[in-house]
Write a protein that binds this ligand. Structure first.
Ligand code: NAD
Length: 321
């Protein structure tokens, strides 16, 4: 039987590279695409020798052409951490808008099913807690984070329009904070920031008073959720994340205990529009996909810490791209 063919955009990034691994393992022919703006070929170099993996160095905000048939598309290309999208706001808007449009056009032309990577950021600084998919969010379109949040909201909207008006088979996943190996130590997100500081012997920086909450999902759990949603027949958005909520102050304390660092927590002013609380309602994922997270924060954070410790020492002081 000829293997199914899947295009994964953002293939050299944190989540994209794990998706490439998973679909290779499932016997797919994987076409990875990335312009390497925040990603790193190191994440997928182990796949280059495989006959069922191809890599395309391409900006998906420009017209996409790939040869042959496609069964599936996973659109994961986009800067994803505030440190990135504050530095490259226009590219962030373009990949969420034009990049998604190009992927949807390709899905229509190839008669492929497409899943797009949306985010809990579509809920903005939520006024409803926990967040279920029927909450429309509280986003400041002209605030610094608006470039990411609104690009993803547009992404959802155009994806639904292609579903309704062109009968393209579409899936929308709303991903909540995910962590694991292949994150970048310097990407500014809480977990790599805390572990990086502990490994460098610096104090751990908490923004605000640290009472704001996040819910962290281990990458293997997320990848399973993406796989199940892609294979489902459900076109509306589905939250995938771990509802185990923790304040950032408590989380920093956990990292201090895990790493055994003797450093302390220091507090800095809260960035503009930083969400105060985040926790997914995963009722839909449970009922529709039979999915729920399996990896505890204790296990997932320990695996991620071991990964960061195994990196060459220059990674510890590397500046963001
Ligand atoms: P990442 O930065 O590690 O990966 C993104 C990849 O996309 C990078 O390899 C980057 O080079 C590539 N890329 C960006 N713009 C591109 C373009 N125009 N053309 C081609 N490639 C481009 O980020 P990630 O954490 O792996 O996030 C992947 C996706 O998942 C993003 O769409 C993000 O919005 C979404 N997401 C991630 C999280 C999370 O917790 N990691 C949460 C919610 C949503």
């Amino acid at each position: 039987m000829t293997p199914k063919r899947i295009l994964i955009t953002g293939a050299a990034g944190f989540l994209g590279s794990h998706l490439c691994d998973r679909f290779i393992k499932e016997g797919f022919h994987v076409l990875g695409m990335d312009n390497l703006i925040t990603g790193d070929l190191k994440n997928i170099e182990h796949l280059f020798r495989l006959p069922n993996f191809e890599f395309y160095h391409h900006d998906v905000s420009k017209f996409i052409h790939v040869p042959g048939e496609l069964d599936y598309i996973l659109h994961f290309a986009s800067p994803a951490s505030p440190i990135d999208y504050l530095k490259i706001p226009i590219q962030t808007l373009k990949v969420g808008a034009l990049g998604t449009h190009n992927c949807l056009g390709l899905a229509k032309a190839k008669k492929a099913r497409i899943l797009v990577a949306s985010t809990s950021e579509v809920y903005g600084d939520p006024l409803v807690h926990p967040q279920s998919e029927d909450y429309w969010g509280n986003v400041n379109p002209v605030g610094p984070r608006g470039v990411y949040d609104e690009a993803k909201r547009f992404m959802e909207s155009i994806t639904m329009a292609y579903h309704t008006f062109h009968q393209v088979e579409t899936r929308i996943i709303r991903i909540f904070n995910t962590y694991g190996p292949r994150m970048r130590l310097n990407d500014g997100r809480a977990l790599p920031a805390f572990i990086g500081q502990a490994l460098r012997g610096e104090d751990l920086t908490v923004f605000g008073d640290g009472s704001q909450t996040r819910s962290f999902c281990y990458v293997d759990d997320l990848i399973e959720g993406i796989y199940r949603l892609l294979m489902s027949d459900y076109a509306y958005p589905v939250n995938v994340g771990n509802p185990d909520e923790i304040s950032l102050r408590e989380f920093a304390e956990e990292i201090i205990r895990l790493t055994g660092t003797t450093q302390k927590i220091v507090y800095k002013p809260l960035p503009t529009d930083d969400p105060k609380q985040r926790k997914p309602d995963i009722t839909k994922a449970k009922t529709l996909l039979g999915w729920e997270p399996k990896v505890s924060r204790a296990d997932g954070v320990r695996i991620t810490y071991e990964y960061f410790k195994s990196l060459p020492s220059e990674e510890l002081t590397k500046q963001p791209k």
